[in-house]
Design a protein around this ligand. Sequence first.
Ligand code: NAD
Ligand code: USQ
Length: 392
Amino acid sequence: MKIAVLGGDGYLGWPTALHLSAQGHDILVVDNFARRQYDFELGAESLVPIRSLKQRVDKWREISGRTIEIMAGDLTDPEFTYEMVRKFTPEAVVHFAEQRAAPYSMIDRSHAVYTQVNNVVGTLNLLYAIAEIDPEIHLVKLGTMGEYGTPNIDIEEGFIEITHKGRTDVLPFPKQPGSFYHLSKVHDSHNIMFATKAWNLRSTDLNQGVVYGQETEETAMHSDLATRLDYDAVFGTVLNRFIVQATIGHPITVYGTGDQTRGMLDIRDTLQCIHLAIKNPAQPGEYRVFNQFTESFSISQLANLVSETFPGHVTVEMLDNPRTEALSHYYNAVHTKLLDLGLQPHLLSDTLISSLFGVVEQHKDRVDLDVMRPSVQWRKTSSPVREEKVAK
Ligand code: NAD
Ligand code: USQ
């Protein structure tokens, strides 16, 4: 198949592009390199060194004999987005290309606005391009489990049957997201559902949990094929951060009581899930939602797992939670649709954690302690424009 991987220079997009290419598909990678810019802005860097997109693609051609095409551009630019769809004529589009860090979206007004404009407008341009150029294209869009929040009932896969005053309907599951980033995904979901019905599109919304891990079968073939590993307090995700912290002898930073629970998955399962969604496309007019995670853990459980697996001494520090989120809460989310399609999960194991210790050990001299502690506070609004007005 011809598959466009949007955001294909990122943590998940790059290994997905490689994996789909290795399965024999023709791949186009699209990216505007915003992720590399955020690093400059934040003074942070991937722990594992990463090559430029061109170097990555050249190395892959040398190793596998397969070509991955590149188009550099921004999805918020409609001309670029239309041109990309028109020129490449994809059968499926995998859309990773969004600003994806909740803390980044909560820095201040301009980062919240940037996140929502980038994510919502990019997706809207893509929906129009697909509808006007080829409505047969299957859109596989990365959403997030965080769209649902933490309700006191079981979380269903996208939709819930509700009986109200004697009448029954199947309705989108209520959304209670916890950051302007997570809200952008909710807005995307509504736009995709509406456009799919209005224009008879095919779409799959993958509500993915927190991803951990760094190596996949293809990225492990050569260091030039490595994907990024973020550990800073803005882009680093929880288990990856805990593993880096344990390895360098930094306390593991549990926010709040550590009772908050999240659905999680191994990076290799992200690749498997995307491939399964593409192989089993949505029907015309169908908007479907898959909950893409394999296990749930509380933050304290993750801290304990890392402490117990690490061969040396580990300390755990309970920090005041910089976020606004429920701590003690019920969490039971359905996740059967991808298993029904054949997903074979890589469950979290001591072996995986130990192999990540190994990856971190190789690069631990690159850790910058200045970016480790949380710097963004959910409860504080800091808006330079407003402060200026107040000062006057
Ligand atoms: P990432 O930031 O590493 O990759 C996203 C890529 O998209 C980057 O390379 C960036 O430059 C590009 N991009 C952003 N805006 C763009 C635009 N307007 N036009 C073109 N390219 C643009 O993020 P990731 O961790 O690989 O996540 C990929 C997707 O998966 C995101 O949509 C994210 O919300 C979702 N997701 C990630 C996780 C996780 O734990 N990493 C979990 C659940 C869902
Ligand atoms: N946390 C800590 N200590 C840390 C870092 C995080 O206790 O050092 C806690 C947070 O308070 C939160 C949980 O760990 O309760 C998860 O935080 P995270 O930064 O790992 O993940 P999150 O902000 O939810 O975002 C990540 C990705 C995002 C994706 C989301 C999936 O960055 O793109 O959408 O995971 S989900 O969580 O299901 O919404």
